[in-house]
Design a protein around this ligand. Structure first.
Ligand code: GLY
Length: 276
């Protein structure tokens, strides 16, 4: 498998000082078959050429945050495989190999597992009958939330919680199955700063999330709730000025990234990378 590795130099002590979240990311180039993936979005067919441009800009945005990005080649057999976040959950020291809830995505796991085995010695896989999509896992400094969704089932969430707790971290299961139109927990929730999260719709009201200050995306901006804090910046889908301004008003540095072609395929900004 041809891998492209590019290194961005970021002094480790500077990273720690800013509240280091990540030093690496893994992405996969969209395939030419991308438009054949799963979608409920009704936004029309994605333009693959445009998706490739947007993906390249996304990778540059990650590099701009100081990450070393491993870019995996397109996999034509799996149209959704650019949404690598669903295949695993990674921390600096250990990882969980996911088991996607959509059967058409199950074959994405083995190639990713092979890549992760070159980088991690502590990997645990979700086992059948459990299913877990990485998009259902939200983490902030050792505190995990896992969404029970149409993709992540009770068995998968329970296995994930046990793995997390065995590593000394905490995990709460949040049931989003009754929230209409929500693919994953992180479709609606993002941790963006200590004590601060972005959350939209009914998920915002979940008791498990209480105690945190909430920034709500503006009217018509719920897609942008899937934003990502990467070191000293927050990546936000372009075209959502209310959320962007609200985050800036909280003192956060926002980087806008064009996501239109991925949105057409039910993909959020976080879905395009594994970060650790
Ligand atoms: N199209 C992304 C997903 O449904 O998993």
């Amino acid at each position: 498998m041809a891998l492209v590795n590019e290194r961005v130099v970021l002094c480790p002590s500077a990273v720690v000082a800013m509240g280091m979240l990540f030093s690496h990311a893994i992405v996969r180039t969209p395939s030419l078959s991308f438009a054949e993936g799963i979608t409920t979005a009704n936004l029309g067919k994605p333009d693959v050429g445009r998706a490739l441009e947007q993906h390249a800009a996304y990778v540059e945005a990650l590099r701009g945050c100081g990450l070393e990005v491993m870019s995996l080649p397109a996999d034509e057999d799996f149209p959704d495989s650019t949404f690598v976040e669903d295949t695993a959950v990674l921390t600096a020291k250990w990882g969980v190999i996911a088991r996607p809830g959509a059967s058409s995505r199950m074959g994405e796991i083995l190639p990713m597992r092979k890549v992760l085995e070159t980088r991690f010695t502590d990997l645990t896989a979700i086992e059948a009958p459990g299913t877990l999509d990485g998009g259902d896992v939200c983490e902030w400094e050792g505190e995990f939330w896992v969404g029970l969704s149409g993709r992540t089932n009770e068995e998968g969430a329970a296995q994930f919680k046990r793995i997390v707790e065995a590593h000394g971290a905490t995990c709460q299961i949040i049931d989003i199955q009754k929230v209409p139109g929500l693919l994953h927990l992180k479709t609606a929730v993002a941790r963006v700063a200590p004590g601060l999260m972005v959350a939209s719709g009914p998920v915002r009201l979940d008791a498990a999330l209480s105690g945190l200050e909430v920034v709500e995306p503006g009217e018509g901006e719920s897609y942008a709730a899937n934003c990502v804090r990467v070191n000293d910046r927050v990546l936000v889908a372009a075209g959502h000025p209310n959320l962007t301004n609200a985050l800036k008003n909280k003192g956060l540095t926002v980087v806008e990234v064009e996501m239109s072609e991925f949105q057409k395929m039910d993909g959020g900004l976080s879905c395009l990378s594994l970060r650790y």
